[in-house]
Design a protein around this ligand. Structure first.
Ligand SMILES: NC(=O)c1ccc[n+]([C@@H]2O[C@H](COP(=O)([O-])OP(=O)(O)OC[C@H]3O[C@@H](n4cnc5c(N)ncnc54)[C@H](OP(=O)(O)O)[C@@H]3O)[C@@H](O)[C@H]2O)c1
Length: 330
């Protein structure tokens, strides 16, 4: 059977994107065949679509690291035909044909059953980006962060991870300071719950200094580079920064001083290989005590509008969460 999919092909002229008909038989092996209802656009999808070899090596390829839909066929006793499921991370959309196609076939160990109270569209408003924001907040709280720890800095605040982090932290009672390069988006961020704003330039000031004034009770960093280490240098005694992204830079100049003088922590966040039981627990939380109304963050995309959105996310211009509706034919 054929299905519609966004495809990236490697040509002499470069990586070319199109929407095509693909055959189910061409999907990789796996216990679950899933009818994808919604996917979402993440920064990593844009890297895949532009041939970044750290994400995708084999082309032609259908990106999409997120998918939510219904099981059409199952060779695994844990899942029945008709089950609603979420698949994020692992190899989906990287080496394995991803959620920018109406069908995926994946190992059962990659799928989480849709938690009660959540549906496919709501789960893809969250997607990998929002899930990662929740993972950051969870790890920071496990490390002792509470609203009394002090203001929490969120970098890349209008992006997918950043915007959900602002919303979740504000909902949990934190004072959120948002770093954004988009001065025209302060109202958007204020509506999500941001109390104060910094420009990227302000957040980069003092990169040459070994320590900066103690300010943050926690940090959710999506950008890396000097902004990340400046944030570490501004943590209050004993507090932590969660690092999950690299849109500014993957490397930064660092010293041990904040760690040995201020007892602070730099926490690593990965949503891709996180064990499925831990993924499932975070999804359950996102459907219950961490449930958020993210409708204000949503931009509905289709397979046909994806290519332009990929260019916007690469240019750092995407705001909020791009949700890909695969229920429409064209
Ligand atoms: N570790 C994991 O498992 C995991 C999971 C998901 C995402 N990530 C990573 O997290 C990062 C963010 O992902 P995303 O989906 O939120 O991407 P996104 O939607 O593109 O958001 C990134 C935001 O960063 C800001 N930004 C862009 N270029 C910048 C620059 N040169 N310097 C400083 N800030 C810049 C922009 O926000 P403002 O205009 O508001 O500043 C942009 O909206 C990516 O690196 C992604 O790969 C990692």
């Amino acid at each position: 059977m054929s299905f519609r999919a966004f495809q990236v092909e490697k040509m002499e002229s470069g990586f070319v994107r199109s929407v095509i008909e693909r055959e189910e038989d061409d999907l990789p092996a796996g216990e679950l065949l899933i009818d994808v209802h919604y996917s979402s656009l993440n920064y990593k999808d844009a890297l895949s679509a532009t041939g970044n070899p750290g994400v995708t090596r084999a082309f032609p390829h259908t990106p999409g690291i997120d998918a939510a839909g219904v099981v059409l066929a199952s060779d695994d006793s844990e899942f029945a035909v008709g089950d609603e499921v979420i698949v994020i991370g692992f190899d989906l959309g990287m080496g394995t044909s991803g959620g920018f196609g109406k069908r995926i076939r994946v190992p059962a160990g990659w799928a989480v059953k849709m938690p009660q109270g959540m549906d496919a569209r709501a789960s893809m408003r969250i997607g990998t980006a929002g899930f990662t924001a929740a993972e950051c907040v969870q790890k920071l709280e496990l490390g002792g962060m509470t609203p009394a720890s002090g203001p929490v800095l969120v970098t890349g605040a209008t992006g997918g991870v950043g915007s959900v982090a602002v919303k979740l932290l504000a909902q949990l009672g934190y004072e959120v300071v948002a770093v954004t390069g988009k001065s025209d988006k302060h109202d958007f961020l204020r509506a999500l719950g941001a109390a104060e704003f910094m420009t990227r330039e302000q957040a980069s000031e003092g990169a040459e200094k070994p320590l900066l004034a103690e300010r943050w009770g926690g940090v959710v960093d999506t950008v890396g580079g000097d902004i990340l280490f400046n944030a570490v240098k501004s943590l209050r005694y004993g507090c932590s920064a969660a690092a999950c992204g690299l849109v500014a830079a993957p490397n930064f100049a660092a010293s041990v001083l904040p760690f040995i003088l201020r007892h602070v922590n730099l926490l690593g966040i990965d949503s891709v290989q996180l064990p499925i039981t831990e993924k499932s627990a975070i999804w359950s939380r996102l459907a219950t005590d961490w449930r958020m109304d993210l409708s204000d963050l949503e931009e509905i995309l289709t397979l046909d509008s994806l290519s332009a959105a990929i260019d916007r996310i690469l240019a750092g211009q995407m705001v909020g969460r791009g949700v890909v509706d695969l229920n429409v034919d064209s």
